[in-house]
Design a protein around this ligand. Structure first.
Ligand code: C5P
Length: 397
């Protein structure tokens, strides 16, 4: 049920606009309050009367009410909504959204929106597959908007392929799920991610190949579920962008430790996904160290174990999740680490499994709890792995 939830549905110019009637109907059935924005082009496919009758409220399509001088306040509507769903989202609207173009009422609402935004593309298969459209979708996702993927099937053009808007039931189901995951709403989640670089001299460091993709996927998912995320990351290519994610960039393990200690205030969940370097050089050279024909001995000393140190601060109210990347005896090591680091769950990646490696988009995990309960998963994309991990955390929280 979505009683008390305020749904803002935006309908754009695509043949799938006729399905907007069903989407409104399903949301009303869930007891949500629904308001509809229509672009001028969408009215070629479905009438404002249909959508206003079903939503029990007149639709918004221009800045002015019925061509009078009284205007619709887009900011008021942006603040009113708990979620904005653009379904169907045409190629043109997607392009404008991705580039901040603001030449109609919907786009001005989009640019001022504070709540989560979902968009369900609907277009012919070639238009969807075009690199320009794919790039625009990528930009929108990187800006924290949520894609409701198009489905494969028969298209209005008579062609068969990917481009059909997701079914109204799917769209409503996704929104129901987003609202129902109350466990993380307004909770504070600390995530460590990426590698750490341990300075050797002014131009060299000791590091590892961690891409931070797992931490990225987890941070995005927690944020989407309404959590406030503190994302503490070593040097990586991409950092998540979302209004709920505060990114703190660090370089070394010592820095990561310091930031974690300072940020571990009112934290509900801590996820230690960083590949922290175990060792750092005992001394560093201020300048670039020059070779002099003799061997260079570097003494490495242990870095602080962040998960373990923060684990000492954990109270009954907090929940900690760690990772273990093992090449052999994975299960035994993971079970030892869960105790040593005072974790509630540990996610084991075994490098023995094909498809598991630093930098890959896929991962195969096994999760253990404090009581040695073992939950195994198939090899999956890291985004799906993040979903599995979060689902398990949810079931324990
Ligand atoms: O001991 P090991 O490095 O295998 O443990 C992995 C887990 O501990 C991961 O969750 C990792 O983020 C965390 N860790 C840490 N600080 C370290 C080493 C590992 O937080 N110095």
């Amino acid at each position: 049920m979505l009683a008390g939830k305020k749904i803002l549905l935006a309908v754009t110019g695509s043949i799938a606009a006729y399905k907007a009637a069903l989407i409104v109907r399903l949301f009303v059935k869930e007891k949500a309050e629904v308001r509809v924005i229509m672009t001028e082009n969408s009215k070629e496919f479905v009438t404002p009367t249909t959508l206003s009758t079903l939503s029990k409220h007149s639709v918004y399509s221009s800045f002015y009410k019925n061509n009078s001088e009284e205007w619709h306040n887009h900011i008021a509507l942006s603040t009113w909504a708990d979620v904005l769903i653009i379904a169907p989202a045409s190629a043109q609207t997607l392009a404008k959204m991705a580039h901040g173009i603001c030449d109609n009422f919907l786009l001005s609402v989009f640019l001022s929106i504070k709540c989560p935004v979902y968009f369900a593309p609907a277009m012919d298969l070639d238009m969807l597959a075009h690199p320009a459209t794919q790039k625009n979708i990528g930009i929108l996702i990187s800006l924290g908007n949520h894609l409701i993927a198009s489905e494969v099937g028969e298209l209005a053009s008579g062609l068969n392929g990917k481009g059909r808007m997701a079914a109204p039931e799917t769209i409503v189901g996704i929104i129901l799920e987003a609202f129902n995951t109350g466990v993380f709403s307004n909770k504070k989640v600390l995530i460590t991610s990426g590698p750490t670089y341990e300075t050797l001299d002014s131009v060299r460091f000791i590091g590892n190949h961690s891409s931070g993709k797992m931490g990225y996927a987890l941070a995005s998912l927690f944020a989407r579920k309404g959590a406030e995320v503190v994302f503490i990351s070593g040097p990586v290519k991409n950092y998540p962008i979302h209004p709920n994610i505060k990114v703190i960039k660090v370089t070394s393990a010592d820095e990561m430790m310091e930031v974690c200690k300072n940020q571990y205030v009112d934290i509900d969940f801590a996820v230690f996904a960083a590949a922290v370097a175990d060792y750092k050089p005992s001394k560093t050279f201020d300048k670039k160290h020059k070779k002099d024909g003799t061997p260079l001995n570097i003494i490495l000393i242990e870095n602080p174990d962040i998960a373990r140190e923060i684990g000492k601060l954990k109270t009954e109210k907090q929940f900690h999740i760690g990772f273990a990347l093992e090449t052999n005896d994975g299960e035994v090591s993971a079970k030892l680490k869960i105790k040593r680091k005072n974790l509630d769950l540990i996610v084991l990646n075994s490098l023995e499994d094909p498809g598991v490696n630093f930098g890959r988009d896929t991962n195969k995990i096994t999760i253990f709890d404090q009581f040695d309960k073992k939950i195994s998963f198939e090899l999956k994309h890291k985004k799906e792995v993040a979903q599995d991990i979060v689902k398990i955390i949810e079931s324990y929280a």
